[in-house]
Design a protein around this ligand. Structure first.
Ligand SMILES: Cc1cc2nc3c(=O)[nH]c(=O)nc-3n(C[C@H](O)[C@H](O)[C@H](O)COP(=O)(O)OP(=O)(O)OC[C@H]3O[C@@H](n4cnc5c(N)ncnc54)[C@H](O)[C@@H]3O)c2cc1C
Length: 254
């Protein structure tokens, strides 16, 4: 997928048809493409739209804000509007309509659309955060990457994915693909176990959708305890090995 090429072709089509509203999805590709298209068409772009426009003159849309904690109503006052509609924002509406196919060739020439791949994350046989029913997540309280063995062991016993807080991935203790939170990945697992994570609002924003949250932290005042369903006040280096042992015994007796 090359956003520049798609934006260029879409801009040509929109100009030709004098389109007033252009609707895009909220996939990663569309989030890359829409701002480029907006610049090309001098159009206002509203992302995270969660309902059909309330008005089309000017285009007025409802959007989520503050990591889904609030809504805002946005008026797009430019001549053209681009709206990025979230998944399942509204149901199916059947209508009599017809369309035609037409080719639009990006004008910049193919050499300008070359994509340089600088790194590739190798797929592993481990459960990914997005698909995981259970996530075991570690924070700065674990002191260093050398202590992640017990996190991985606990995750193995539970068939869980491993995750971490932002500083942990920023310091290179864990890969960025494991970073959970407002600026990382959202987690919607059935069980989220946070070990040595304080519970900063930006971390909690990413795990709101998880059903049961468990925290292990040696500071009873850690904010995570207010967000958690279950908590263990204790040293992770003592609690986690005991938990692994108990779970192994439990599984062996099943
Ligand atoms: C704009 C912005 C966006 C951000 N986005 C994110 C984000 O997406 N995700 C994210 O995680 N953060 C994010 N942050 C950072 C966030 O504010 C916190 O700084 C971060 O979550 C703290 O990480 P932590 O809990 O691992 O570390 P700390 O805050 O240092 O907490 C470590 C915890 O470990 C406990 N601990 C220490 N030793 C032990 C032990 N032996 N046993 C048990 N517990 C122990 C401590 O009591 C403490 O509660 C963002 C910040 C900003 C400003």
């Amino acid at each position: 997928f090359n956003a520049e090429a798609y934006a260029d072709a879409l801009a040509q089509a929109a100009k030709k048809e004098d389109a007033k509203v252009i609707v895009v999805s909220q996939s990663a590709n569309a989030k890359y493409l829409a701002p480029l298209l907006a610049v090309d068409l001098e159009a206002g772009y509203a992302s995270n739209v969660v309902a059909l426009p309330e008005n089309t003159s000017p285009v007025t849309v409802k959007r989520t804000a503050f990591t889904n904690k609030a809504f805002n109503i946005t008026e797009i006052t430019t001549g053209r509007a681009i709206i990025g509609v979230s998944k399942n924002a509204y149901g199916l509406h059947e209508t009599e309509a017809s369309g035609t196919n037409e080719d639009f060739i990006p004008e910049l020439g193919s050499e300008d659309f070359t994509v340089n791949v600088e790194s590739v994350d190798k797929a592993t046989d481990k459960v990914t955060i997005a698909d995981a029913e259970v996530v075991v997540s570690g924070g700065r309280g674990l002191k260093g990457p050398e202590n992640w063995g017990m996190i991985e062991e606990l995750a193995d016993v539970l068939g869980a994915a491993t995750a971490c807080s932002k500083p942990v991935s920023d310091m290179g203790w864990r890969p960025h693909s494991e970073h959970v939170g407002q600026t990382g990945k959202p987690v919607a697992s059935n069980l989220y176990i946070a070990i040595g994570i304080s519970g900063a609002i930006q971390h909690l924003a990413g795990i709101n959708a998880s059903k049961t949250k468990v925290v292990i932290n040696n500071d009873p005042e850690a904010p995570f305890f207010k967000a958690a369903d279950y908590g263990v006040v204790g040293d992770a280096f003592e609690v986690v090995p005991k938990l692994i042992e108990k779970l192994k015994t439990f599984k062996a007796n099943q």
